[in-house]
Design a protein around this ligand. Structure first.
Ligand code: IPM
Ligand code: MN
Length: 358
């Protein structure tokens, strides 16, 4: 089969990890007889430097015409002083909205090989960890009305958290469908003790749950959820939550897996179209030094093969190769603290090793 990918390397470590993702795909292509073509596109800080805007119209058009989108990372110190609506991160938000990617899937899996890199005590994670955060991605406070106004206390700024029932319903269905393929348990996270938007959220989630009698639903307030996630993470299967809470919870979940450098993500439409990106950011402090862990990007490729292309054996092969490289003791700096028996390697070498395993 032939697949046409829109590739957005972005800023910071984005281009480095993207190189290794393409290397992975090329080896999958060779082994399974597929051909992947890449159209490299600008978005983020690099697009600001080259075109004046963070999300050129051609990029959006090319993404819409591609079979799927791979994204590295966006943002960096260089553009931190720009006004809010001109910041590189706007590119990411723009892409999510333009491409209607309302469902963000962030699996947090603690590989056995990385148990020592997990900051939680061994007894808390005994038996492993396999959680999926299902985060609503095109609504909530990220996209609500925002602005400035004058008040007796001086200038005030505001961002509105708003959820319409259909927005809640469609993301809830994604979470319940996912739970049906897993341990049939959904935890919906909100702040229904305070926020009206959360009360509607909860009501709709309960309605959707009625369509899935086999799935157990429970609700947690966000403050309690952040605590439970480190106190007893094994209680979770699928975490369903809004845009802002999902942003926070997925970073927290990533640390349990040893490093944010391990977490892939898929952002999906109602069809099977998707944008795949690592959960980590552009890490400008280590950019260009061959230090970044490309595994999150490479595992995002596995998610792409699985979700958008339905290539299960190919996705399994990528995930297996990542595990084998870990099993053989190779670690990028984020996962290495000088342990005996482990070998410190760089971005390119990890990519090469994974490709070789495939
Ligand atoms: C993420 C990131 C983005 C978000 C930023 C860069 C806009 O933190 O994908 O989690 O907040 O969604
Ligand atoms: Mn985030």
């Amino acid at each position: 089969m032939q697949y046409k990918l829109a590739v957005i390397p972005g800023d910071g470590i984005g281009p480095e990890v993207m190189e290794q993702a393409k290397r992975t795909l090329d080896s999958i292509g060779t082994r399974f007889g597929h051909s992947f073509t890449y159209e490299t596109l600008l978005a983020g800080g690099c697009a600001i430097d080259k075109t004046g805007g963070c999300l050129p119209a051609e990029t959006v058009t090319a993404c819409k015409e591609a079979d799927t989108v791979l994204l590295g990372a966006i943002g960096g110190w260089k553009w931190d002083t720009l006004p809010g609506n001109e910041r590189p991160e706007q590119a990411l938000l723009g892409l999510r909205k333009e491409l209607k990617l309302f469902a963000n899937i962030r699996p947090a899996i603690l590989f056995e090989e990385l148990i020592d890199a997990c900051p939680l005590r061994p007894e808390i994670i005994a038996g492993g960890l396999d959680i999926v955060v299902v985060r609503e991605l095109t609504g909530g406070i990220y996209f609500g009305e925002k602005g400035y106004k004058d008040t007796p206390l001086g200038r005030a700024a505001y961002d509105v958290e708003q959820y319409a029932e259909e927005e809640v319903r469609r993301i809830a269905r994604v979470a319940f469908d996912m739970a049906m393929k897993r341990n049939k348990q959904v935890t919906s996270v909100d702040k229904a003790n305070v926020l009206e938007s959360s009360r509607l959220w909860r009501k709709i989630v309960i309605e959707v749950a009625a369509e899935y009698p086999e799935v157990t639903l429970n609700h947690l307030y966000i403050d309690n959820a952040t605590m439970q996630l480190v106190a007893a993470p094994r209680q979770f299967d699928v975490i369903l939550t809004g845009n802002m809470f999902g942003d926070i919870l997925s970073d927290e979940a990533s640390m349990i897996t040893g490093s944010i450098g391990m977490l892939p993500s898929a952002s999906l439409t109602a069809g099977n179209f998707g944008l795949y990106e690592p959960v980590h950011g552009s890490a400008p402090d280590i950019a260009g030094q061959d230090k970044a862990n490309p595994m999150a990007m490479i595992l995002s490729v596995a998610m792409m093969l699985r979700y958008t292309f339905g290539l299960t054996a190919e996705a399994d092969a990528v995930e297996m190769a990542v595990r084998q490289v870990l099993q053989k003791g190779y670690r990028t700096p984020d996962l290495y603290r000088g342990e005996d028996g482990l070998t410190l390697v760089g971005t390119r070498e990890v990519g090469r090793l994974i490709a070789e395993e495939i």
